[in-house]
Write a protein that binds this ligand. Structure first.
Ligand code: FUL
Length: 474
């Protein structure tokens, strides 16, 4: 009798309180990383003295007098970014040539000695302000390699660099991302020395732990890209292609052993990596990062493919725009960008899964049922502890034509899925139409315009209990 009473009581408790959430994996994103994933796509803006010197990498001896945009308007720039549905903007405050786009107190090699607004201009400040006005998140690229600074390669430069990080974050922060480029070509002007300087062990010279401390102190929500303590990592190429097999986790010592890029780890991440360090795909709308009048922007179709291989593979897209010598994004680039945005909006406008009936092989119970993954809300589907595989079947009353299936894991609990397959039903038989390994924050799986009234996603293997946030069909 007593046992029955206890059972009834526990049943009442389960019904009343729901079921416990699955245990998180040992490595999960921080809230600032979840917010960053949700941005999905944002702009890079490469604009500095190189735009006027017609170079990709300035040597460091360029006169500030060269920097003279005739029609710069920060609001117009940010407006293009906003209209393209890019959620943030990372500006090259200083590229490898060392010229500073803000009137830094630590150098004369800056905008204050340029003709722009008679030395009273501040491109970093103007862009940061325009971003705030228009609801676009602002980020900063500050090249660690500096071909202008006389002390580059010594402790004196590191102090200069840390001072600039402080100065930028104090005057223009908070910023959503700081981008620390790994390039280091050796030779440069270096205050007139005109020599080759190779810093010891690549990235190690820069004393990243102290730089990151400054960032955490002044702008705790900032995503640190690259360096030894990354919140996000390079995806291993500049083509906008995140690898099909890609974990968000990686171990910093394996990513940059001895301060050098380890390409397989950057590309694939590591299933047992010790840090949430998801891939970001940086790519330029033009062949170069800076504007050159002999280059053409990518077509909307090319940009759409890039969207599929970046946002569609669990990472983010950092799409570079290159203002010309007026300081404007060239009209043909704007046209391409807007046509791309329309293509993305069109392709992912109507989620056909909203009209389907969802059924799963098993579920954890109340609050974690499979219906929770229909549409955008905070619910997710989870299996019971130690159930690491399962199927979800979607059924429609009428056949649909599907070009994409989108699957999202519930990443606040970590990345789990190791293997999946997608089938459609034709008559009595299931046919596999897609298969892959990792999913992560979001996976867009192209389907060749399949016509079906039943679709099945088989989660074949996972690192733990399944936790799926969403399945959508377009
Ligand atoms: C590279 C740099 O060398 C390029 O100039 C550009 O800034 C790109 C985003 O990163 O490493």
């Amino acid at each position: 009798m007593k046992r029955i009473a206890i059972t009834i009581l526990s049943l009442i408790l389960i019904v009343a309180c729901g079921v416990d959430a699955p245990r998180p994996m040992s490595v999960v994103p921080t809230p600032r990383q979840v917010a960053w994933h949700e941005m999905e796509q944002y702009a890079f803006v490469h604009f500095t003295i190189n735009t006027f010197a017609d170079r990709e990498w300035g040597y460091g001896d360029e006169s500030p007098a060269l920097f003279d945009p005739t029609d710069f308007d920060a609001d117009a720039l940010v407006n293009v970014v906003k209209d393209a549905n890019l959620k943030g903007l990372i500006l090259t405050a200083k590229h490898h040539d060392g010229f500073c786009l803000w009137p830094s107190a630590y150098t004369e090699h800056s905008i204050k000695n340029s003709p722009y607004k008679d030395g009273e201009g501040d491109i970093v400040g103007e862009v940061a302000e325009a971003c705030r006005r228009q609801g676009i998140k602002f980020g900063i690229y500050l090249s660690p390699w500096d071909r202008n600074h006389a002390g580059y390669g010594t402790e004196a430069y590191l102090e200069y660099y840390r001072n600039q990080v402080r100065e930028l974050l104090t005057n223009y922060g908070p910023v959503f991302e700081m981008w620390f480029d790994g390039a280091n070509g050796g030779d440069g002007y270096y205050g007139g020395a005109n020599e080759r300087r190779v810093v010891e062990s690549g990235y190690l010279y820069y004393d990243w732990p102290n730089v990151v401390d400054i960032i955490r102190e002044l702008s705790p929500e900032t995503i640190v890209w690259s360096s030894s303590l990354p919140d996000a990592r390079w995806c291993g190429n500049e083509r906008g292609v995140i690898d099909e097999h890609c974990w968000a986790m990686a171990t910093p010592e394996d990513m940059y052993p001895g301060g050098r890029d380890n390409m397989p780890v950057l590309r694939h991440g590591q299933e047992d990596g010790t840090r949430w360090a998801p891939a970001e795909a940086d790519v330029s709308i033009r062949p170069g990062w800076f504007y050159h009048d002999y280059e053409e922007p990518k077509s909307p179709e090319e940009l759409f493919q890039i969207y599929l291989t970046s946002v569609g593979r669990g990472g983010t897209l950092l799409l570079n725009l290159a203002p010309d010598r007026r300081g404007r994004i060239p009209e043909e680039d704007v046209a391409s960008l807007m046509a791309w945005r329309r293509m993305v909006d069109e392709a992912f406008r109507t989620d056909l899964a909203q009209d389907a009936r969802f059924e799963a092989t098993s579920s954890r119970g109340r609050g974690f049922e499979v219906e929770g993954i229909q549409g955008e809300d905070s619910l997710y589907w989870a299996t019971e502890d130690d159930i690491t595989s399962g199927d979800v079947v979607l059924r429609w009353k009428e056949p649909i034509v599907a070009k994409y299936i989108v699957i999202e894991e519930y990443i606040p609990l970590g990345q789990r899925v190791r293997e999946y397959a997608v089938d459609i039903k034709d008559g009595d038989a299931w046919y596999q139409v897609a298969a892959g390994t990792t999913i992560g924050y979001k996976r867009i799986i192209p389907l060749e315009e399949v016509v079906t009234d039943q679709m099945r996603v088989r989660f074949l293997d996972a690192r733990g209990t399944l936790a799926i946030d969403r399945i959508a069909v377009y």
